[in-house]
Design a protein around this ligand. Structure first.
Ligand SMILES: [Cu+2]
Length: 163
């Protein structure tokens, strides 16, 4: 009788272990599917280096920032606007010039980085001349995640993020 009870207990234990394993596999599969994990975006390291010279409302200024995506689905930046500027466009730098682009990809589990010498925003038509210490609201609209508004500080021309 002692031996029989032991075998039953062992069988039940094996069944429980099998169910737990199946559950664990299901969770892993969910994490990898595009439906279960949508894009999760946040914006960091945003700044606008103040254009050289005596800036006026007609100044053209570049804007830099990083869009992080901790979700398992890619997203796309499709539009940038600002209540404080007439136009904000997305530019990609090439060796010799820069090109306006309609959209910029935000990879899954990755980041879209707008940095000096690379992809950047071009801000024109300031409502008031920009000055160091000001903040400009940028409204970033994504294909799937809606619009994220960020207050972007105006920095000296030589500013680097983290300095
Ligand atoms: Cu540009």
């Amino acid at each position: 009788m002692g031996a029989r009870n032991f075998r039953q207990t062992a069988l039940i234990g094996a069944t429980v272990a099998a169910v737990l394993t199946a559950g664990a596999i299901a969770v892993v599969c969910d994490g990898g599917s595009s439906q279960a994990s949508s894009a999760k975006l946040s914006v960091a390291d945003s700044y606008i280096p103040l254009p050289a010279g005596s800036p006026g409302s007609d100044s053209m200024a570049a804007g830099y920032l990083t869009v992080r995506n901790t979700g398992g689905t890619a997203d796309t930046l499709v539009r940038v606007s600002s209540p404080g500027a007439g136009s904000v466009s997305m530019h990609r730098s090439t060796d010799t010039t820069m090109q306006e682009v309609d959209s910029l990809p935000v990879p899954a589990n990755g980041a879209l980085q707008l940095t000096r010498g690379g992809t950047h925003l071009m801000i024109m038509g300031w409502q008031k001349p920009p000055a160091v210490g000001d903040e400009l609201e940028l409204d970033l609209t994504f294909a799937h995640s809606g619009t994220i508004a960020v207050q972007v500080p105006v920095k000296p021309l030589t500013y680097r993020p983290g300095s």
